[in-house]
Each structure stands twice: as C-alpha cells, then as structure tokens.
Design a binder for this molecule. Structure first.
Ligand code: CIR
Length: 407
C-alpha cells in the first residue's frame, strides 16, 4: 500500500503509523517535565508493554502497523549523504550551533550509531554530556556545564504520532508545532514524505517552514470535502487560513469546506480531538465542557480564489448534523456525571481511535465513559493505559492513520 488515503475518521482502518515509546522517556526529569509537556514520568517498561498491546489490538483488527522509527531508518539506510544531512539538521534543531560541537556530536553518532534504526532512536532519546569523550578544560562554557546535563534534549512526545503531521484525503500536512520541544518531531515527517518510497509524492498541503503553528490533534476529516480544525492552544487561526489557501487551490484535494472550531485555550482541551472524536456514521464522543454555544467559522473557496469566512453561531450538534449530512448523537464523556467527565477527559476518555464505524479503541481506565459507550451500542477495543496516559494523550493521539477504506 503506497501513498495515503484518509477521507473520514471512521472508514475501516487499514494502515497506521505509530511510535513505540523508547529511551526518550528515561530522559524526563522533574525539572524538565513542564517544558517537555509531561505531567509525570512514565515507567518505560510498562509503557512499552501497553503500547505493544495497542499495536497488537490494531493488528488483530486487520490494521497494518508501521513504526515512525522504521520509516525514518529506511530513508537514511544506504544513503550516506541523506544520513549526514539529517544529522546536521537534527543537531541544529537540537540547539547545537557551534562548529566544534557539530563536529564532535556528528562523529560520536557515526562512531556509535552506524545502524540506521539505532541512530534514529538515539536522535529521539537525546544525548548526555557525560556520554561524550571531550576535553572540557579549554573552554569556559565546557568547564561550567554540569557533566550530567543533556546536550541534546529528548523528544518524549513522539509516541503521539497524531500531531507532527496529518493525513488529509490523499495528502499530508507537515506541521510547525506550538512548542519548541515538539517542533523538532516534524523533521521525521519531512524526511519520510520527501524520501520514503511508500510516501514520496504525497501532496503536501502545509510545511514545517510556515510561520504559524498547527497540530494534527486539531485536524479531523469529516468527509472527502469537509475538514474540521480546532482553533486551540496548539493551532493558530492564521495557520488554518494558510492551509485553506493551499488546500482550496490544489486540484489534487477534494476539500471545499473547512470548519474552524474555536475551543478554549487550556491544557485539558489542548486539541480538538481531546474534546470530540467521531465513532460512527452518526455518533461522536464529546466532552460536556464544550457543550453550549460554540463559535465555529466556515471557510469556503470564494469566486476570486480568496477564502470566504462565515461565522456560525450554533451548537455542536446542529453543526455536525448539517455537515455530516444526518442527525448525530453526542455521547458524553463521564455519562452525565461532571466529576467523572472531568476526570476521564483528563485521561482521554473522549479521545478514541475509530477502527471501523461503531468499533473504537479506548483506554481501559475510563470505565464510566466506556460503560456508557458500550450501552450505546459501540464495540470497544480496550487497551491498558496506566503509564501511556501520563503523557496526556489517548488512542487517537497515539496513532496516525495512513489508510482508511473509503465509505
Ligand atoms: N492529539 C493529542 O491530543 N495529543 C496529545 C499530545 C500530548 C503531549 N504531551 C503534548 O502536550 O503535546
């Protein structure tokens, strides 16, 4: 299967890109948690077991699982020039700006990480100063640095493959992300979509060089001509406008309408998919915190090629009913109990991954919401979630569908 095809949130899932959490999680410390967007330090061994269970559950349901680290390793395998270019770019974005340190670190990686997958995983994990054999006696900065400092930060959020790039129909958006830590993640997407034989040639509707930030958790494919995007902590309105210009004028895209949902700017609601996800032709999970009046903007292609913007002051149910094309049911996280809703939304109770219409992957810990979904006729694929949930993302955040069958 080459290229990408994602024209809905619910079409039978055939191929998905994951990242198995690795040693990058071992480089989280209490002092760096906030900057690296974690709320606690996961126990890696259990996080990996939970993630393996997630991947296996998807395979058991007919989904091909491919790993980001393998795709990136394929790209640099047997291509010394690209490998070297990748290392240099990665070093620059890891905040290494002097020729001396570029040379030292590049040589260190080549000497110790000749295998392409080991190299890719090392770039995700980060580098400690004390791993390097360096004469620290001849520069002031080297002498004052603590030997345990990280020379290159880890990228612990990589297992949330939903966010650095996103599939839109037969194309992809490669993102500029909100935070310094996550913005480095989009490099892997750029290299894969520019070079990997399975993905090269995919139309790219947004680039990481754009000025405005946007993240995949905010992008929902409603159908082959309507896209929903959150205006959130992570996605700026200017990014949506830029994407609309690109997508409406690219004849390879069938999207003619973008709905921009203005959601509260908070960590609990960081992306649109933390407050609602589609789970069946006519059903969505929803966090009750965003029920009531919601400001949504409809962006369409104007006659002169400009983007037309119309404000829709309506409730979520009416808006979704109109654009989905049939009455929809909003199933509340927490089943109507405010405390359960807040607790389970914090642990991604509304962040489900749809495997086929009516069949969804959910975190085990959200038992109030899961019970409610089950009683409403949903088939649940339940996965363990004690450690994975400490990164504040659920099954949708941890997966980037590359192929869904058309409905
Ligand atoms: N789509 C999502 O909601 N992804 C979850 C990302 C969690 C990650 N710790 C972050 O703050 O970016």
């Amino acid at each position: 299967m080459t290229g990408v095809n994602v024209k809905s949130e619910i079409g039978p899932l055939k191929k998905v890109i994951l990242h198995r959490p690795g040693k990058e999680l071992l480089n989280l410390t209490p002092d760096t948690l906030e900057r690296l967007l974690f709320d606690d330090i996961p126990f890696l061994e259990i996080a990996q077991q939970e993630h393996d269970a997630f991947a296996q559950a998807l395979r058991d349901n007919g989904v091909e699982v491919v790993y980001l680290e393998d795709l990136m390793a394929d790209v640099i395998r047997d291509n010394a020039a690209l490998r070297s270019q990748f290392i240099e770019e990665w070093l620059e974005e890891a905040d290494i700006h002097t020729p001396k340190w570029h040379k030292l670190l590049h040589e260190y990686l080549d000497a110790n990480y000749a295998d392409p997958k080991a190299l890719v995983e090392k770039t995700m994990e980060g580098i400690h100063l004390d791993e390097l054999e360096v004469d620290r006696s001849n520069s002031l900065i080297d002498q004052v640095s603590s030997p345990t400092k990280m020379v290159c930060d880890p990228m612990p959020n990589l297992y949330f493959t939903r966010d650095p790039f996103a599939m839109v129909g037969n194309g992809v958006t490669i993102h500029r992300m909100y935070s310094v830590t996550r913005n480095r993640e989009t490099m892997y997407g750029k290299y894969i979509f520019d070079n990997h034989p399975d993905f090269k040639g995919t139309p790219q509707y947004y680039s990481r060089d754009n000025a405005f930030h946007i993240e995949g958790g905010d992008i929902l494919n409603i159908n082959d001509h309507v896209l929903a995007i959150g205006i959130s902590q992570r996605t700026e309105p200017d990014a949506i406008d830029t994407l609309a210009q690109g997508i409406f004028h690219d004849e390879r895209s069938s999207i003619d309408t973008i709905l921009a949902f203005d959601i509260p700017n908070s960590r609990a609601f960081m992306h649109l998919d933390t407050v609602f996800t589609q789970i069946d032709h006519d059903k969505f999970t929803i966090h009750p915190g965003i029920l009531g009046p919601l400001t949504v903007f409809e962006l369409t292609k104007g006659a002169e090629g400009e983007v037309k913007v119309k404000r829709l002051d309506s409730d979520l149910e009416s808006i979704l009913t109109k654009y989905v094309g049939q009455p929809v049911q909003l199933l509340q996280c927490g089943a109507g109990d405010r405390i359960a809703a807040e607790r389970e939304q914090w642990n991604d109770g509304s962040n489900t991954l749809c495997i086929e219409p009516g069949k969804i992957c959910v975190y085990q810990r959200n038992n109030v919401t899961n019970d409610f979904l089950y009683k409403n006729g949903l088939e649940l694929v339940v996965i363990p979630s004690c450690e994975l949930s400490r990164g504040r993302g659920g099954p949708r955040c941890m997966s980037m569908p590359a192929w869904r069958e058309d409905l």
